[in-house]
Design a binder for this molecule. Structure first.
Ligand code: ATP
Length: 363
C-alpha cells in the first residue's frame, strides 16, 4: 500500500491542449479519493498519467515515496479498472482474472488458486468457466475488479467503473466497492463525473476544471461550503440557487428583498455595498404560503415530484417583482405538502446554510 504524490504535474497534448495544469496533490495511503469534474476537465488524463499510460509533459508522480514518473505501467504497482472493463471476450472468467498473473509469469496452478480466491471474495465462483459475453454487466464489472485485485497492487485506479451499469445495479455496485476498498485498505483514485457517486464513495474529492483543482476536501466540506460558484453549481443533486444581490449590512438585497446573510460556523462580516451572488441550496429553504420577513416571494411555476420530496420552482417576477429584477429559485418541500401550481409562496433561507460569493469565490 502506498501514498500517491503529484508535484507540478502537467500534460499538454499536441495542438497545445493543456489537460493538466501544474497539479499538486497528495493522496495518503489507504484513502478513497475521487476525481470529479465535467467532461474534458482532465480526469482521465490524470488517472492515465498516474498509471503511466500517458507520459507527463512536466512534473512528477511518486507512489509509495518512489518517483515513478519515468517508469512504464507494469513497474508502478498499480491496477486500473476501465469504464468498459476491457475484459478479453475469448477468455473465461478464470483466465481473465488470472491474466495479470500470467504476464508476471506466475505458474499455472498458483494462478488458478489465486483466481479462485479472488473470485470467492467477489462472489464469482459460479462463473469461473464462463466467458464475459455470458455475464451480466454487474458481473462483468466484478470480474474487472477481480482482475485488478489479483495482483494485490499498491494503488487502484478506477475510471468511471460504474457508469455502464443501470441505476439499481449501480447503487449496489457502489456500496460493494466502498466496502471492498475499506476491507482491502488499498489507496484508490476513482474518476467520475457523477457528483452523487463521488460524495457517496470518497474520503476526499478533488473537483477539477480545465486541468486545475478548483476545490479539494471531504464530501461534507465540498457540499457544505463550495469554495467557488463553479463547485457550488456542480455539487448537489439539485443545483444550488445562485442569485445576484447587493450586500446591505448583515443582509443581502436579492430581487428587491432583504435576505439574511450567512450566520454560524465560518461566517464572516460582508463588505457593505458589494455586488455578490447569494447561494442557498433548495433543501435549505423553507416554503410557506404566509408572508414572512427575510423571505423571497414568488409564484410556483413548476412542481417536480422527486418521490420523497417535491421540487418547486418559484418565480419572483411572476409574483410582482419589477420586470428584469426578479429571481427564479428552487425549493425542496416534503412529499406530502399540499402545493398548487400558480400559488404565491415564500422561500425562507436557513441563515446557517447561506453562502455568499464575490467574483465567483466564497466570502
Ligand atoms: P470525460 O469525462 O469526457 O472522459 P475527462 O475529464 O476525463 O473527460 P480528458 O479525457 O482527461 O477529460 O481530456 C482532457 C482534455 O484533453 C480535453 O480537452 C480533451 O479533449 C483533451 N485530450 C484528451 N486526450 C487527448 C489526446 N490524445 N490528444 C489531444 N487532446 C486530448
Amino acid at each position: 500500500m502506498a501514498a500517491i504524490s503529484l508535484t507540478g504535474l502537467t500534460k499538454v497534448y499536441p495542438g497545445d491542449v493543456t489537460a493538466l495544469d501544474a497539479l499538486d496533490l497528495v493522496v495518503p495511503d489507504g484513502e478513497f479519493f475521487a476525481l470529479l469534474g465535467p467532461s474534458g476537465c482532465g480526469k482521465t488524463t490524470l488517472l492515465r498519467t498516474i498509471a503511466g499510460l500517458e507520459a507527463a509533459t512536466g512534473g512528477t508522480v511518486a507512489i509509495g515515496g518512489r518517483d515513478v514518473t519515468a517508469l512504464p505501467p507494469g513497474k508502478r504497482d498499480v491496477a486500473m479498472v476501465f469504464q468498459d472493463y476491457a475484459l478479453f471476450p475469448h477468455m473465461t472468467v478464470r483466465d481473465n482474472i488470472g491474466y495479470p498473473l500470467r504476464i508476471r509469469k506466475v505458474p499455472g496452478p498458483e494462478r488458478a488458486a489465486k483466481a479462485a480466491e479472488v473470485a470467492g471474495e467477489l462472489e464469482l465462483l459460479d462463473y469461473l468457466a464462463r466467458r464475459p459475453g455470458q455475464l451480466s454487466g454487474g458481473q462483468q464489472q466484478r470480474v474487472a475488479l477481480a482482475r485488478a485485485m489479483a495482483v494485490r497492487p499498491s494503488v487502484f485506479l478506477f475510471d468511471e467503473p460504474l457508469s455502464n451499469l443501470d441505476a439499481r445495479l449501480r447503487l449496489e455496485a457502489r456500496t460493494f466497492l466502498k466496502r471492498l476498498q475499506r476491507e482491502l485498505g488499498v489507496t484508490t483514485v476513482f474518476v467520475t463525473h457523477d457528483q452523487a457517486e463521488a460524495l457517496a464513495l470518497a474520503d476526499r474529492i478533488a473537483v477539477l476544471e480545465h486541468g486545475r483543482i478548483r476545490q479539494l476536501g471531504t464530501p461534507t466540506e465540498v457540499f457544505r461550503r463550495p469554495a467557488n460558484t463553479f463547485v457550488a453549481s456542480f455539487i448537489g443533486s439539485t443545483p444550488m440557487n445562485l442569485l445576484p444581490g447587493t450586500v446591505r449590512g448583515a443582509w443581502v438585497s436579492v430581487a428587491g428583498v432583504l435576505l439574511p446573510g450567512p450566520m454560524g460556523e465560518g461566517a464572516r462580516p460582508l463588505p457593505d455595498g458589494a455586488e455578490v451572488v447569494y447561494g442557498i441550496r433548495p433543501e435549505y429553504l423553507r416554503y410557506t404560503t404566509h408572508h414572512a420577513p427575510g423571505s423571497l416571494p414568488g409564484r410556483v411555476t413548476v412542481i417536480e415530484n422527486l418521490g420523497s420530496t417535491q421540487l418547486l420552482t418559484l418565480d419572483s417576477e411572476e409574483a410582482g417583482a419589477a420586470a428584469g429584477t426578479g429571481a427564479s429559485l428552487q425549493v425542496t418541500v416534503p412529499e406530502d405538502l399540499p402545493v398548487t401550481l400558480g400559488e404565491r409562496g415564500y422561500a425562507i433561507p436557513r441563515p446557517e446554510r447561506v453562502l455568499v460569493y464575490r467574483d465567483g469565490e466564497l466570502l
